[in-house]
Every structure is written in C-alpha cells, then in structure tokens.
Design a protein around this ligand. Structure first.
Ligand SMILES: [Zn+2]
Length: 393
C-alpha cells in the first residue's frame, strides 16, 4: 500500500515562479471567496457604455475513484477556476484581454463582462487550470505553462449571451479536477490571518501550490522536495485522496515555514507497516489530511481500490507503534473527530504546527501539544486514542 514516494534528488529551489501579473493583486481574498470579477476600465468610454457579458457554467468530467474500481464518470462544477474574457471593440485587429475572474463555488458559474459602447467582436472566454495565484496545474516542470482552452469565438455580440454549460475538453479534464479538489483543502486550511495557505504568508503574495500533471505522464505520485511541486501521472488525479495526500505534504512544509522533517527509511512505505518515525509522521499526516478533508478514514488509490486507515491493537496484518503511518494517521483523525479531545476539528493542530516544528509524532504529542495555547491534551481521551493505535509514551 505505497501511497507516495519522496524525491530529494532534484535541484533545491525555494523560489516559485511569479504568478501571472493579473493575479498578483491583493484582491485574492475577495476573489477566492466570492468569485468576483475584475475588469480593466474602458479608457475614455462614453456615458452610454453598456455591459456585455458572456455567462455560463464550467464543468468537467471525472472518473471517480472514490466510488470504487468501476470509477463511474461524473460531471462536476469546476469551482474557483480562473477565466479571462477576450475580444475586441474595433472592427479589425486581434482579440484583446478584457477581464478576468474566477468561477463560482456552487456551480462553476462565470459572468464575464465588459463595458463598451460598441458590440464585442471575435469574443470568447479562456479558462486556465489555476485558482487565482494560490494554486495551479502546469504541464511539466520545464514548460511551466497551465492548461487552457477557449470557448467558441462569437463573431459579434451586441448583448449579453448565455453560453450554457462549458465542458473542459476530455484530454485535460484531470487538470481541472485537481484545481477543483484543492478547494477542499483550501477551505479547510484553518488560517484566519490571511487568504494564503498558512499564517506565514503575507496577504497579496501567497505561495502557489503547484501540481505537475499530463495525460501521457507515466511516472508520478509524489511531492518533489527539490521543486516543491506535486508530480502526478496520467490517471492518479482520479483519486481525490491521492491529490489531497500529496497536497498535504506541501501543506506541512508550508505550515513549518519552509522546513520539513528529515525523512529517512520511507521508500517504500505502507499504511499498516513499520517504516520510521519520520516517515510515519509525514506520511501519516498526509493520509490524515486527505481523509479529514474528505470526511472518512480511507486512502483511495487511483484504480478505485481503497484501504482503511482505521485500526485497533488487534487489526490483522498491522505492525505496532509510531513507526507505522496508519497508526499515526488514525490517531490524528481521532483527535480531530467530532466528540474528540481537540474540539471536533483539526484547527488547533494546524495552528500548533504553524508555530511549532515537530520532527515526528512523538515530539508533536509529548512536547508540542502541551505548549499549545491553551494546551492540547495528552492525557485522558487523547492518551487512550494513541494507545488504541498501539502507541505508548
Ligand atoms: Zn506521501
């Protein structure tokens, strides 16, 4: 039950590519929460200018591994995904960028408008595999470009037009599945300070979580420690658990303000088998991120098979102790569960991790939980939880 691998062999770089200039505005918070639109003002426009809009909903097809090995095809809204409105107000020339925005969070709605006194010529909506500059999917580590496609060009539009449902082309549907799935982690990031992923980032200059994916990729399934990118092969995005597990590694690195436990003895690693304390802590946390965000105790593979992280001292085939990622992951999930000792969510652990680095689960439990403000429990129900998962401190 290998869930992912590490690579520490590529060039180390803490410098992420600059986000697209249009998305560097400090309006990320507003954009990301309500799907607002920004538009360039029409210079010298007459008072009689009217707003012409192309509207619709952006959807994508998804082979749903979470539903089992048949991976039934479902159609889902692509939420918080970037769009641009292009067109021209002159009778000749090339289409120009007119406006940008992100799709809505209920149905992937877009409402791409431009104020003009003349009909829009050769106008269309262009979609990108990114959400503002906070996360994105690129084609390769060398190419760095996002996936993009345009709606059919409208020769001349003199009034707003509903384009209906726009479907992401099948060849790139998984890019938008990644973009949409990462909303689930973003909405649970438990950072009340800024619209960024963690409290370490300043409003207006959030770090970008980057996934590298292509439909013909034959290798992937890991967070690359050199580039800090998640690398996924062709069909791995069919599993939302897989996407969120890998994002969870990046999230832990970012909570620790660009540091990460020194991980040894982690290749391969298995949910129910002993690896090392550092591997079990980082992989167990990533497993717990995916399960917590999706509301279960599973890891789901991209072929639709799944493995339960839940365990007790008598679980057959399970090794004991804190070198087992499933023991660590299930302990975390129990801490955060409704009725659990941490108040029914993971928020206080996320806050603690953004302030205190832990090399392994023992340090998190024994040293760091007690110095949270107020302290997180290490006795009573919390102690019972880890003992139920064969961990004794
Ligand atoms: Zn992993």
């Amino acid at each position: 039950m290998t869930t992912c691998q590490f690579s520490r062999f590529l060039n180390d770089s803490n410098t992420l590519p600059a986000p697209r200039v249009r998305w560097r505005a400090a309006a990320v918070a507003t954009l990301i929460s309500v799907g607002l639109v920004i538009a360039i003002p029409a210079i010298g426009q007459a008072a009689t200018a009217t707003s012409i809009c192309l509207t619709g909903k952006l959807n994508y097809d998804h082979n749903n591994a979470e539903a089992g090995t048949s991976k039934p095809l479902v159609t889902l809204p692509a939420r918080n995904a970037n769009w641009e409105l292009w067109g021209r107000t002159e009778s000749t020339g090339s289409p120009q960028w007119l406006a940008s925005g992100i799709t809505g969070v209920s149905g992937g709605e877009f409402n791409a408008c431009f104020d003009t006194t003349t009909p829009l010529q050769d106008t269309f909506v262009r979609f990108y595999s990114a959400s503002t500059s906070v996360w994105r999917v690129i084609k390769s580590t060398t190419d760095q470009t996002q996936y993009t496609f345009d709606t059919a060009h409208q020769a001349s539009v003199s009034a707003s037009k509903d384009l209906g449902t726009v479907k992401v082309p099948a060849s790139m549907q998984r890019a938008w599945n990644i973009v949409d799935t990462l909303n689930l982690l973003y909405w649970n990031r438990a950072n009340p300070s800024t619209p960024c992923w963690t409290r370490h980032q300043v409003w207006g200059s959030c770090d970008t979580l980057t996934f590298v994916w292509s439909q013909d990729a034959t290798t992937g399934g890991y967070w690359d420690f050199g580039t800090k990118y998640v690398i996924m092969n062709a069909n791995q995005p069919d599993s939302q658990h897989f996407i969120l597990h890998e994002a969870g590694h990046w999230f832990q690195w970012r909570l620790y303000n660009r540091t990460f436990p020194v991980v040894t003895g982690c290749n391969p690693h298995y949910i129910e088998k002993s690896s090392s304390t550092s591997c079990a802590w980082t992989e167990g946390f990533a497993d717990a991120v995916a399960a917590y965000v999706l509301g279960d105790y599973r890891f789901v593979f991209d072929n639709g098979t799944s493995f339960s992280i839940a365990n007790d001292p008598n679980s057959p085939g399970w090794d004991p102790g804190d070198t087992v990622q499933g023991r660590v992951g299930a302990s975390l999930l129990d801490f955060w569960a409704a009725g659990g000792p941490d108040g029914g969510n993971w928020d206080r652990t996320i806050d603690l991790m953004s302030r205190e680095f832990s090399q392994d689960f023992k340090e998190y439990f024994v040293i760091d939980r007690p110095i949270a403000v107020p302290p997180l429990s290490t006795t009573g129900a919390a102690k019972t939880i880890i003992q139920n998962h064969t961990i004794f401190y």
